[in-house]
Design a protein around this ligand. Structure first.
Ligand SMILES: [Zn+2]
Length: 159
C-alpha cells in the first residue's frame, strides 16, 4: 500500500542566512603563554622536551601524551625549519583575525622547526618565484608590531 502525503527529503531542508556574531576567547595556558611571549619579545620559538622519550613539542604542552610525563625542560627550536606538507588556498574568505578578505593565493603548511619533534602549522608565502615543495627550507617572517598572538608570525617563506 502506498502511503499518501509522504514527506519528501526536500521537506527537511531549510536554508537560513544572516550574520552570526560569535565572540569567544580561550586560554593558551602557562606553556602557550610563554611560547607566545617569547615570539613577541625575542622572535624565538620555544618547545618543551619530554624527560622520557626526549620528544620536543612545539607548540609546547604540559604533558607528553604517549609517556604521560610532565614536561619542564624548555628548548629553543628553529627559527628555520623544513616544510613537511602544504596546501595552496586560492578561494578567498574573510579572515577572522582581521575581518578582511585574505589575499589569495597563500599556502598553509606543516613545518618541522629545527630541533622540534612535532609539526608547527602556519601560513606560507606563495608567489610565482617560489612555489612551495616538500622538503624545502623555510624561515618565519615576523610582524613588526607583535602582540603575543599566532599572527605575530606573518608567514613562513623560502629560506
Ligand atoms: Zn614522552
Amino acid at each position: 500500500m502506498v502511503q499518501k502525503n509522504r514527506l519528501k527529503r526536500s521537506d527537511f531542508i531549510f536554508v537560513e542566512s544572516g550574520d552570526a556574531f560569535q565572540p569567544f576567547q580561550y586560554s593558551v595556558g602557562m606553556e602557550g603563554s610563554r611560547f607566545f611571549a617569547e615570539i613577541r619579545d625575542h622572535k624565538k620559538f620555544l618547545g618543551l622536551r619530554c624527560p622520557s622519550c626526549r620528544k620536543v613539542y612545539v607548540p609546547p604542552r604540559k604533558i607528553c601524551g604517549p609517556c604521560f610525563k610532565t614536561m619542564e625542560e624548555w628548548v629553543e627550536v628553529g627559527p628555520m625549519g623544513t616544510l613537511s606538507a602544504f596546501t595552496i588556498l586560492r578561494f578567498p574568505f574573510i579572515d577572522p583575525e582581521t575581518g578582511e578578505k585574505k589575499p589569495v593565493p597563500y599556502g598553509y603548511g606543516f613545518i618541522l622547526l629545527d630541533g622540534a619533534s612535532t609539526q608547527f602549522q602556519h601560513f606560507l608565502k606563495v608567489d610565482p618565484d617560489w612555489p612551495p615543495s616538500i622538503g624545502i627550507r623555510v624561515k618565519p617572517v615576523f610582524a613588526e608590531d607583535r602582540q603575543g598572538k599566532l599572527s605575530d608570525i606573518l608567514h613562513f617563506e623560502a629560506a
